[in-house]
Design a binder for this molecule. Structure first.
Ligand code: CU
Length: 489
């Protein structure tokens, strides 16, 4: 149980969004969109200061805060904690750099949290935080606080003139992990050899390195190896321009023309996210990169004004939870102590409709499908020749018919492009090398929202790259099977 204290500053800024499907940085392919948002981050954990610059009570920091004006982007910093932590969020209102005449109050509403109305950020029932005017005095600040009682995916946003301030970008993700204590209370524990157990039964699919932050909920079926937060939103650029230009805009004329994942449209969704500072912690990366056999969690959040039918190619997902509540089938399964580790019992799907303000926790097991895929890729069936030979003759007809795929962009300044002919032509005779990597798109299924400025592909589109299973891992696994001895590690 910790105190996690975040300090956020409200202000304005710009995001630079692709306005075509080009991977180039050419300014003609990009558009600046005026936004509002929060900047700042984690100030302290218990009495350990993480970032002393965020100590707003220290007069030495005050002049620097003026430099934060105009630096907002989308989304706002990701906030996380564990069940029973004290989450504190201090809000300071810097005012706007580009619209200094705007003296609006701002608030923090933690969407999905159960707090008293006096502090839930709804200004009409409580208060707003005013602009810091007397710069030689300590900024007026309000500290929102709450103790999460349950785990799951939430978000926070400003609730002042919510139609406009949310549209302008004042939102971020908020994640609550189970604590060791809350897991233990649900029967999920580590035994003396370091292996995870549920009600005393060893869970061999959960590695001994897993921590409480590898569970979405206090439920053994919600274990994951990796997690990705997908904060979805939509933008009407006309509205943003009218706020920038101080011209009037009637919210009922809302018509979105940019669709974002974590503040970015495809192809920017391929690149490392600028807000990621610390490896291994929850972040806004949207390029999913896993190994065969890994389970990954998609924390879907919709802060847009339109329902998103989110579709994942290739893999069915398990609905682990919705709106920070564990899925009732999983709850029942654990209550009845049904001992299957696979997903046979659970709500599965490939598309989920995510309304504005909803969150979904989706878990995908990238199971080993080599035997199945060989039928498509290297064998062929029902008299159809295998795919490589078909693609080869297709490329002789029209070489550009074989599309290029960006591969491993997180390792590169620019994504390396490849295509399946190149992958199949790899020198190795090992058929596995021709099967991997697999690339699965996931996207808004309202097709026109997979565009930038009307140009396809763009918008809410991201990729999942699944690599071959780690050979070393396989060796270890085999040895483990034989010896069942954790001292091996
Ligand atoms: Cu606001």
């Amino acid at each position: 149980m910790s105190v996690r204290h975040y300090v956020l500053f409200s202000t304005d800024g710009f995001i630079n969004s692709p306005s075509s499907s080009s991977l180039s940085d050419n300014s003609t392919d990009r558009k600046n969109l005026y936004v509002f948002g929060f900047v700042g981050g984690l100030f302290r954990v218990d009495s350990t200061i993480i970032n002393s610059n965020l100590n707003w009570q220290n007069p030495h920091n005050w002049s620097d805060y003026q430099n934060l004006k105009g630096t907002a982007s989308i989304p706002s910093p990701l906030i996380w904690g564990e069940v029973d932590d004290d989450i504190l969020i201090t809000l300071i209102n810097l005012g706007m750099k580009y619209r200094p005449d705007l003296r609006n109050y701002h608030t923090i509403h933690i969407h999905g949290a159960h707090v008293s109305t006096q502090i839930d950020g709804f200004p009409e029932t409580s208060f707003g935080v005013p602009v810091w005017e007397k710069l030689k005095e300590c900024p007026p600040a309000i500290t929102y606080y709450y103790k999460p009682m349950g785990s799951g995916t939430c978000m926070y946003h400003c609730q002042v003139e919510a139609s406009e301030h949310i549209q302008m970008g004042m939102y971020g993700a908020l994640i609550v992990y189970p604590s060791m204590k809350s897991l233990n209370e649900a029967g999920i524990k580590k035994n003396k050899s370091g292996r995870w157990c549920f009600n005393g039964t060893e869970q061999s699919h959960i590695p001994f390195t897993a921590t409480n932050r590898n569970f979405a909920y206090e439920n053994v079926s919600t274990y994951f190896d990796k997690e990705y937060t997908m904060l979805l939103s939509d933008i009407d650029s006309t509205w943003h321009e009218s706020v920038f230009n101080n011209s009037s805009f009637n919210a009922i004329n809302y018509k979105s023309d940019y669709w974002l994942i974590n503040g970015r449209s495809f192809p920017d969704t391929l690149y490392p996210h600028p807000l990621t500072s610390k490896a291994g912690e929850a972040n806004y990366e949207s390029y999913v990169h896993v190994k065969t056999g890994e389970k990954f969690l998609l924390r879907m959040i919709n802060m847009g004004y339109q329902v998103v039918p989110w579709y994942v190619h290739g893999w069915p997902f398990l609905v682990a939870g919705k709106d920070a509540v564990l899925n009732s089938i999983l709850k029942l399964k654990s209550h009845l102590n049904i001992k299957n580790t696979a997903n046979e019992i659970g709500e599965m799907g490939c598309t989920v409709s995510i309304a504005s303000g909803q969150t979904y926790d989706l878990i995908i097991s990238s199971d080993d499908k080599r035997e199945e895929y060989k039928n498509y890729i290297t064998k062929g069936f029902s008299g159809v020749p295998y795919l490589y030979s078909q693609l080869k003759s297709l490329s002789q007809e029209d070489s550009s018919a074989i599309f290029n795929i960006p591969t491993e962009p997180l390792k590169c300044q620019k994504p390396t492009l490849t295509n399946y002919l190149q992958i199949y032509s790899q020198g190795s005779n090992d058929v596995n090398d021709k099967l991997f990597p697999q690339f699965y798109p996931m996207h808004n299924h309202d097709g026109y929202k997979v565009t930038n400025n009307g140009i396809y592909p763009g918008g809410q589109l991201a990729f999942i790259q699944v690599d071959a299973p780690d050979k070393l891992e396989e060796v270890i696994k085999n040895k483990r099977k034989k010896r069942d001895d954790y001292e091996f590690f």
